[in-house]
Design a protein around this ligand. Structure first.
Ligand SMILES: C[S@@+](CC[C@H](N)C(=O)[O-])C[C@H]1O[C@@H](n2cnc3c(N)ncnc32)[C@H](O)[C@@H]1O
Length: 442
């Protein structure tokens, strides 16, 4: 008889949360292999079975044992809490089998039995915190370097995901949760709701609903999952809820169009429509810089410029996109604009302004350089992907050089004389606009 390996996720722990298939797979098996705690959780299902208990660090041993038993023709259940494919034994088992030369077409079959993972079971105990986009991150740095974990926490914070933290803390790993909290507080309000769920659906179940700035001081252990809300998550009547949409955040934009929204159709702020919404917002709110608009919508400057360029104008703003193959033409045009203000923004917030003449730029390899007695300006020209001529009526006229992620590399603006833009300069700028925009149409 051929052996078989069932990889069984049995859910959080309580028998009523185990799937019918998980119970059937264990019932059909001759051998059940698992971490000691997991074996205890399914002890009522183990009568008459060969049981192999392994310690927490013996993960590979569990896989090897399962393969060896299956090679003897036995049916083996390798069990794991939650879903065996989520931070579980499914991956290591396949790796061990494939390394040993096993193939899916071999006589020994492998079947995965999915289970309810901790993020769903923990969420079910506190309300509906995962009703919008979420991600899970394990804070265990035993196999993943901390900088990788920190980068993921940062990205999830920045992207406003609801976050489920697995393996948040152990006896030895106590500071990772403190660091995660610090990173997230850069993006989220201190009173962002957090659910700390320990031993969900087990005897020692414990639930705490707290604020993000209190999180790391709470009772958190190995059997805890931490659910951190996004910018819309709220707590009401003891329930943690994440709304399905972002309508409230952009109510000033979506409010007027709500009646017109149709079920099953993208919001009018959707893939194409939101450019028009952005232009409307800019028209309704005069006095905004490109940076302020980007901050409001949570997008990069390149997207704001794209949105403005997609219409005739947006209030006092106008923009036209110049393709990468015409970048050198743009610099040539700038040479006609006389004294310029060059603006370089560091990501951390510092803004450098330099007075310069475009004809002093020299292209050396990947770099566009100006070297004067007062300053050296080196622009990594190879990073520049596109340019936008962009102006705000009577306030600023210039060109923005943008990289392939939509970030501003640098900006050149024409300067005022005695508090006003000279007619000559405005004319040269208008001519460049016409020439480059026309060339765009070619
Ligand atoms: C190695 S991972 C295993 C995850 C499991 N395969 C799953 O899908 O839920 C262990 C982590 O899962 C979470 N976890 C597992 N069972 C849990 C439960 N009953 N209550 C709360 N968290 C749990 C904890 O974050 C724990 O540190």
């Amino acid at each position: 008889m051929n052996g078989k390996i069932y990889l069984v996720g049995f859910g959080p722990g309580a028998e009523e949360h185990m799937s019918f298939k998980a119970k059937a797979a264990i019932a059909e098996s001759d051998v059940v292999i698992g971490y000691t705690t997991y074996i205890k959780l399914v002890k009522d299902l183990l009568d008459g079975k060969e049981v192999v208990r392994k310690g927490m660090t013996e993960e590979i041993d569990r896989c090897v044992e399962a393969y060896e038993q299956a090679q003897q023709g036995k049916i083996v259940a390798l069990i794991s809490s939650g879903d065996i494919g989520v931070y579980g034994m499914a991956g290591p088992t396949y790796e061990v089998l494939l390394q040993a030369g096993w193939k899916p077409s071999d006589d020994i079959q492998v079947e995965i039995v999915p289970g309810s993972t901790a993020l769903s079971t923990c969420a079910s105990l506190v309300g509906a915190p995962l009703t919008h986009d979420f991600c899970s991150i394990s804070l265990s740095d035993l196999l993943t370097p901390w900088p990788v974990i920190a980068r993921r926490v940062d990205a999830a914070g920045h992207a406003d995901f609801v976050i489920a933290l697995y393996n948040p803390k152990s006896g030895r790993r106590t500071q990772q949760i403190v660091e995660a909290q610090k990173i997230l507080l850069r993006y989220r309000r201190p009173d962002t709701p957090v659910a700390i769920v320990k031993s969900a659906y087990r005897r020692r179940q414990n639930i705490q609903l707290v604020r993000l700035d209190e999180m790391s001081d709470c009772d958190i252990g190995m059997l805890t999952t931490v659910l951190i809300g996004n910018s819309s998550t709220f707590i009401k009547e003891g329930l943690m809820i994440t709304p399905r949409g972002y309508a409230n955040k952009y109510s000033s934009l979506t409010g007027a169009t709500k009646d017109g929204e149709q079920a099953g159709i993208s919001l009018s702020m959707g893939l194409d429509g939101w450019y028009a919404c952005l232009r409307q917002y800019v028209e309704d709110n005069p006095g905004l810089t490109l940076e302020k608009i980007a901050e409001y919508f949570g997008v990069v400057i390149g997207e704001v410029l794209n949105a403005i360029a997609a219409g005739e104008s947006a209030g006092e703003h106008k923009a036209v996109r110049i393709q990468s193959e015409k970048l050198n033409d743009v610099v040539k045009s700038c040479e006609q604009w006389g004294r310029l203000r060059g603006i370089v923004r560091a990501e951390a917030g510092a803004v450098t302004e330099l007075f310069l003449q475009a004809q002093d730029f020299q292209l050396r390899g990947d770099w566009l350089n100006i070297e004067t007695e007062a300053f050296h300006c080196h622009v990594n020209w190879s990073k520049v992907d596109s340019a936008y001529l962009a102006c705000r009526k009577d306030k600023s006229y210039g060109v923005n050089f943008i990289d392939n992620k939509g970030h501003l590399v640098f900006r050149l603006l024409i300067t005022k004389q005695d508090g006003a833009f000279s007619t000559d300069k405005l004319e040269a700028y208008a001519q460049a606009w016409q020439a480059l925009a026309e060339k765009n149409d070619d």
